[in-house]
Design a binder for this molecule. Structure first.
Ligand code: UDP
Ligand code: MG
Length: 321
C-alpha cells in the first residue's frame, strides 16, 4: 500500500523530448527536499515525438511518476484540467514542462498554502527569452481582460500555481469546454496570494504555443469572463444608427436649401465599405459566442485518454462528476 499523496505536480507536455529529463531532475530534487509524499503527473497532450517513451522509461525507475496520455493534441488548458482531475494530493501544483517556471519556487508556494491560502499563484516580474511580439500581445491581452471583467483575474500570471484540493474539486465540477483555467480558478474565489518570480528562458526546444493557440486562449479568456465584446458590438450599431440619422438630416437640409449636391457614388461606396465591415465584425463577435454555446450543448467529452500509467483508472474522473 502506498502512502496518501500530499502534493500532486501536474506537468502538461507536448513534444518536449528535449527537456523532459532535465525537468524531471529538477522537480525530483525540489520535491525530495520537501520530505513529503508526492506524485509527478505528466499529461502527454498527444506528442508525436519520444516524450511518452522517455516518461515511461523514467517511470521504470521511479514510482512517483504517473502518466496520462491523450489520444491526440487537445491543448494546454485541457491537459492541465485532466492532470487536476486525476490528482490525488492535498495540494496540486501545475507547472510548465520547459522550466520557464522554476520548480525551486514550489517550497515557497507550499509555505504559503500552509499559512492558509487556497490558491498561490506565481506572478512574472520579467519574461526572459520571449519575443517582443509575445510580450506586447500578452501585456495588451491582460489589460484588456482586466478592463472587461468583474472577476479579479491576476495579470501577468500563467498557470504556474498551487491549488488546494478543495479548489481542484470545484474545478472538476465545472463542465465548460473552452477553458481558461486561471480565470476559473479566480472565479472560485477563496484566499489567493501571489509570489513573484522572473520567468526564465525555455531550456530546450521551441514554444508549443503557436499564434493560433495563443489567439484561441485569449478569446476563451475574454468570452468566458466577459460580455464586453458583445456590448461593444452593440455600441457600434447604435452609433451607426445615430450617424445615419444625422447624415439623413444633412441630406434633407441640402435638398431643401438647394445647396449643390455632392457627387454621391464615392460617398456611397465608402459608407458601404464601412457599414459592411462593421456589420461583419459585429456578426463575427456574436458568432464567437454562439460557437461556444454550440460547443457546450454538444457536450462532447473534454478529452479522451489513450493510456494511463500509475493512475489506476483509465476513463476520466470527469465522467463521474
Ligand atoms: N503544451 C501542451 N499542449 C499544447 C501546447 C503546449 O500541453 O498544445 C504544454 C507545453 O509542453 C508546455 C506548456 O504547455 O509544458 C507551455 O507551453 P510553451 O512553453 O510552449 O508555451 P509558452 O511558454 O511559449 O507560452
Ligand atoms: Mg514555455
Amino acid at each position: 500500500m502506498s502512502l496518501p499523496v500530499q502534493y500532486s505536480i501536474v506537468i502538461p507536455v507536448y513534444n518536449e523530448e528535449k527537456v523532459i529529463e532535465q525537468t524531471y531532475g529538477r522537480l525530483k530534487n525540489v520535491m525530495e527536499s520537501t520530505k513529503a509524499t508526492y506524485e509527478l503527473i505528466f499529461v502527454d497532450d498527444g506528442s508525436e515525438d519520444l516524450t511518452s517513451e522517455i516518461i515511461k522509461n523514467l517511470r521504470n525507475q521511479d514510482e512517483t511518476i504517473k502518466l496520462l496520455s491523450f489520444s491526440r493534441n487537445f491543448g494546454h488548458q485541457i491537459a492541465i484540467t485532466a492532470g487536476m482531475d486525476y490528482a490525488s494530493g492535498d495540494a496540486v501544483i501545475a507547472i510548465d514542462a520547459d522550466l520557464q517556471d522554476p520548480p525551486e519556487l514550489i517550497p515557497e508556494m507550499i509555505a504559503k498554502w500552509k499559512e492558509g491560502y487556497k490558491v498561490v499563484y506565481a506572478k512574472r516580474t520579467k519574461r526572459k527569452g520571449e519575443t517582443f511580439f509575445k510580450k506586447q500581445t500578452a501585456h495588451l491581452f491582460y489589460r484588456l481582460l482586466h478592463a472587461s471583467t468583474d472577476i479579479e483575474i491576476p495579470v501577468n500570471t500563467g498557470d504556474f500555481r498551487l491549488l488546494d484540493k478543495k479548489v481542484c474539486s470545484l474545478l472538476k465540477k465545472l463542465p465548460e469546454k473552452n477553458r481558461y483555467v486561471r480565470g476559473l480558478v479566480s472565479w472560485t474565489g477563496f484566499r489567493q496570494v501571489a509570489i513573484e518570480y522572473e520567468r526564465d528562458e525555455r531550456v530546450g526546444g521551441e514554444t508549443k504555443y503557436t499564434l493560433k493557440k495563443m489567439f484561441k486562449l485569449s478569446w476563451d479568456g475574454l468570452t468566458s469572463f466577459s460580455f464586453k465584446p458583445l456590448e461593444i458590438a452593440n455600441y457600434f450599431g447604435i452609433t451607426l444608427v445615430l450617424a445615419g440619422f444625422v447624415y439623413l438630416a444633412i441630406l434633407l437640409w441640402r435638398e431643401f436649401s438647394s445647396v449643390s449636391s455632392l457627387s454621391g457614388w464615392q460617398v456611397v461606396l465608402d459608407i458601404q465599405f464601412l457599414m459592411s465591415g462593421i456589420i461583419l465584425t459585429t456578426l463575427g463577435i456574436v458568432g464567437q459566442y454562439i460557437g461556444r454555446i454550440y460547443d457546450e450543448t454538444r457536450d462532447r467529452p473534454l478529452y479522451i485518454v489513450g493510456e494511463t500509467f500509475g493512475l489506476g483508472k483509465k476513463e476520466s474522473p470527469r465522467e463521474k462528476v
